[in-house]
Ligand binder design. Structure first.
Ligand SMILES: [Zn+2]
Ligand SMILES: [Zn+2]
Length: 174
């Protein structure tokens, strides 16, 4: 577990480190590929506060939200955060997203995980113009033209003219 002892420097110091996968929180839908590279300057401020500014670089595996193919996402993010001694932290601090440290030691894993999460897309795509799966035949429209047309397709799909409401099957008018 990577930690930084605040007694190891005076006012300000730059740290460059890598976080291993098992050090980071799990993020649903993403497989973080280690290492996560971090460059971070810590500056001691008043009231036991420590300002962290820096950047991180990571890669994550996910599934394209349109065609369901595996996709690799590169993340580069800049961040700013404030850490404060657990003994001095107040309710207001916690509301202001201040991270705590204990015994003069900062453990950046939770914070780095949060910073990473903020940068990951909610709907990853393999490429901007990904055509996705055909809603009619299910083929990946990036790879082949299946020939289904949304209008003509209505007649082919056994489900196009019915909807399910309150657990009952209904025919749609139209
Ligand atoms: Zn895709
Ligand atoms: Zn199709």
């Amino acid at each position: 577990m990577y930690t930084i002892n605040l007694a190891s420097f005076n006012d300000s110091e730059e740290f460059i480190f890598e976080m291993r996968k098992e050090e980071l929180p799990k993020i649903d839908g993403f497989e973080i590929e280690p290492p996560v590279r971090v460059r971070m300057t810590l500056t001691k401020e008043k009231d036991s506060e420590v300002l962290a500014m820096g950047a991180l670089e990571a890669a994550a595996g996910a599934q394209c939200s349109r065609c369901l193919e595996p996709v690799k996402i590169g993340v580069k993010a800049e961040f700013t955060a404030v850490f404060k001694d657990r003994e001095k932290i107040t309710g207001d601090d916690l509301e202001n997203d201040i991270y705590e440290y204990a015994n003069n030691v900062i453990n950046p894993a939770e914070f780095i995980g949060q910073a990473l999460l903020l940068e990951l897309p909610s709907k990853p795509v393999c490429f901007e113009a990904c055509a996705g799966l055909c809603p009619v035949c299910g083929k990946n429209r990036n790879n082949e033209k299946c020939g289904c047309k949304s209008e003509a397709a209505k007649g082919f799909s056994p489900f196009s003219s019915i909807t399910i409401e309150d657990g009952k099957i209904k025919k749609t008018e139209e």
